[in-house]
Design a protein around this ligand. Structure first.
Ligand SMILES: [Zn+2]
Length: 153
């Protein structure tokens, strides 16, 4: 673990984000990999005490994804960090991005019932706001194209 990772993991927002992604990962893993051996996560963030006493329980495969997510969160260049799904910097490798997308889609709605009420709701609201923004931008784009066409005529 390098010094930058440790320093970032001492920030409250980074710790909070890391706990959420790993907690969501544990919800996903419990539902999909119940038949596998699952253990408390061993990772750099866990070593730093980011998860406190609630260390997420994961299979080896999901643990590897979460260790990757920990590093991406620690090295995120954006401050404040937007929701990853809405970010214009794609720092995740394609296969990791796809895993995270599926995992969040599954765990997001279920997280509200599993002790993550606030992050779950916050995430849903943020997603709605973003969809509205995208729809407005698309409408504006169409209007701009139309007025450009009008000027040509
Ligand atoms: Zn798993």
């Amino acid at each position: 673990m390098n010094e930058r990772f440790a320093r970032k993991m001492s920030e409250d927002t980074v710790r909070g984000d890391t706990r959420i992604v790993a907690g969501f990962g544990a919800i996903f893993c419990a539902a999909h990999h119940g038949g596998r051996a699952r253990t408390r996560l061993h990772s750099d963030a866990a070593t730093l005490g980011v998860y406190g006493k609630q260390v997420p329980v994961l299979c080896d495969e999901c643990a590897e994804h979460i260790r990757y997510a920990e590093r991406r969160r620690a090295y995120c260049p954006k401050d404040p960090k937007p929701f990853c799904a809405h970010c214009d910097t794609h720092c995740y490798r394609a296969d990791e991005a796809e895993w995270q997308r599926q995992m969040m889609r599954f765990a997001g709605p279920r997280s509200v019932l599993r002790g993550y009420a606030l992050p779950g709701i916050r995430h849903a609201l943020e997603a709605r706001k973003w969809r509205k923004k995208m729809a407005a931008a698309a409408a504006e784009n169409t209007a701009a194209q139309r007025s450009a066409k009008d000027k040509e005529q």
